[in-house]
Design a protein around this ligand. Structure first.
Ligand SMILES: [Zn+2]
Length: 346
C-alpha cells in the first residue's frame, strides 16, 4: 500500500549501510582477516576455502564475485534498493544460471539446491533475525500496519527482562523476503529485500511466489497508492451486506499484489463492512437534498472544511498519504472518502 520511506523518520539508505557494516564487522588485529563465524566476509572466505579444496571452481567463482574489488558486489547485494537487487539477480543468473541456486522453479514454488542451502547458511538470516539490530531497524520504519495489506498490525513492543532489568524489544511481525530466499539465497539478509509484514501476507499467501518489482509492489520501491484506488462497488447501500469493494488503476501497473495477497477478499470481513457502512451512513444522514442521486448528495454534502475534517477525524480517515499506514485500512477509507467527494486527493 505504502512506501516505507514515507513513514520512516530516518534515512533508510544510511540504515542499510550501517546494516552492512554490522554484518561484516571489523578487521581482526592482523588487519587482513575478518572473524570466521561472526563476520559475513569471514564466513564467505571460509566457505570459499572449503569449496576451493573440493575443488569446485564455479562455487569459488561465485564467492569471488562477491569478494572481488573490495566486496563491491557484496555491498550492493546487502544495501541495494529493489531495482539494484533486480539488476544483480539478472547479472548473477547470467553468470551462474538460476539452477545453480534453485530447483523446482515455477510461479508458486521453488527450493534451494544443496549449494543454495550453503549460501543461506553463510548469509545466515536467522543470526540477523535474532539481533537487537534487526528489531531496531524495524522500529525505525515506524509501521503500524503491514505495508502489503494495511489490515494486520506490525508491532515492536518493549519488554523488561526479568533477569537483567533491561528493556528488550520484540518484533511482532515477520520479515518477508520479497525476492524469495528459495530462489535467491544470496539476498537472505539484503536490507531492502526484508519486508516487515504480517503472518497472513507472508506465511499464508506470499510463501515462495516469484515476486518481482515489475509485477508486485515492494514497499521500499513503489506505493500501491500511486497506481490503484479502492472504491465502493455501489454507492446505493441499504445495509452492511451491500458493501462491496473493487479497485481501479490510476496508472499502469499489474494488479498481482492485490490478487496474491487476496486484498479484496480480506477487506470484506464483516467488521470492515460494518465500519464502512457506518462511515457511509454518516454522509448520507447529513444530506439535505432528497431528489438527487445518492452519489450527488454525498458529493455536495459539506460546505466547510472544518465539518469535513471533523467527520474524517471521527472515522480516522488519513487526510495525508503518509498517514495511510497509521490506521487499519487507511488506504481503503481514504480512497472511499475521495470517491465520495469528501476528500480531495492530496
Ligand atoms: Zn499483511
Amino acid at each position: 500500500m505504502i512506501k516505507i520511506d514515507d513513514h520512516a523518520q530516518t534515512d533508510l539508505d544510511q540504515l542499510a549501510n550501517d546494516h552492512y557494516n554490522r554484518l561484516i564487522g571489523t578487521l581482526l588485529l592482523d588487519g587482513v582477516n575478518y572473524h570466521s563465524t561472526q563476520s559475513l566476509i569471514g564466513r564467505i572466505r571460509r566457505q570459499r576455502d572449503i569449496d576451493a579444496a573440493i575443488p569446485d571452481q564455479t562455487r569459488v567463482d561465485f564467492w569471488d564475485y562477491l569478494l572481488d574489488n573490495s566486496f563491491t558486489k557484496l555491498k550492493q547485494i546487502i544495501t541495494g534498493r529493489p531495482s539494484v537487487l533486480r539488476a544483480l539477480i539478472k547479472e548473477i543468473e547470467n553468470k551462474f544460471g538460476a539452477a545453480f541456486f534453485s530447483i523446482n522453479l515455477n510461479y508458486n514454488k521453488a527450493s534451494v539446491t544443496p549449494f543454495g542451502e550453503i549460501i543461506k547458511t553463510v548469509f545466515n538470516y536467522n543470526l540477523y533475525r535474532s539481533t537487537s539490530a534487526c528489531r531496531d531497524n524495524c522500529d525505525q520504519f515506524r509501521l503500524s500496519y503491514c505495508p502489503y495489506c494495511n489490515e494486520q498490525t506490525t508491532q515492536i513492543i518493549t519488554l523488561i527482562n526479568g533477569l537483567t532489568g533491561l528493556n528488550e524489544k520484540r518484533a511482532l511481525l515477520q520479515l518477508d523476503h520479497f525476492y524469495p530466499q528459495s530462489r535467491h539465497p544470496y539476498l537472505s539478509v539484503s536490507f531492502f529485500n526484508m519486508i516487515p509484514g504480517c503472518t497472513p501476507c507472508n506465511t499464508h499467501l506470499k510463501q515462495e511466489k516469484n515476486f518481482d518489482i515489475l509485477t508486485h509492489f515492494n514497499p521500499f520501491d513503489k506505493r500501491l497508492d500511486d497506481y490503484f484506488a479502492f472504491e465502493l462497488g455501489s454507492v446505493l447501500l441499504q445495509s452492511e451486506d451491500d458493501v462491496q469493494f473493487s479497485y481501479v488503476n490510476k496508472s499502469v501497473f499489474p494488479n498481482n499484489s492485490i490478487v496474491d495477497f487476496k486484498i479484496i477478499n480480506r477487506y470484506v470481513h464483516r467488521s470492515h463492512k460494518r465500519m464502512i457502512f457506518n462511515f457511509f451512513q454518516t454522509f448520507k444522514n447529513h444530506s439535505s437534498k432528497v431528489n438527487r442521486s445518492l452519489a450527488a448528495q454525498i458529493k455536495g454534502l459539506f460546505t466547510t472544511d472544518s465539518k469535513k475534517i471533523l467527520l474524517l477525524d471521527m472515522y480516522n480517515v488519513p487526510t495525508k498519504r503518509n498517514e495511510i499506514n497509521d490506521v487499519q485500512l487507511g488506504k481503503l477509507k481514504r480512497d472511499i472518502a475521495i470517491q465520495l467527494g469528501v476528500l480531495k486527493k492530496i
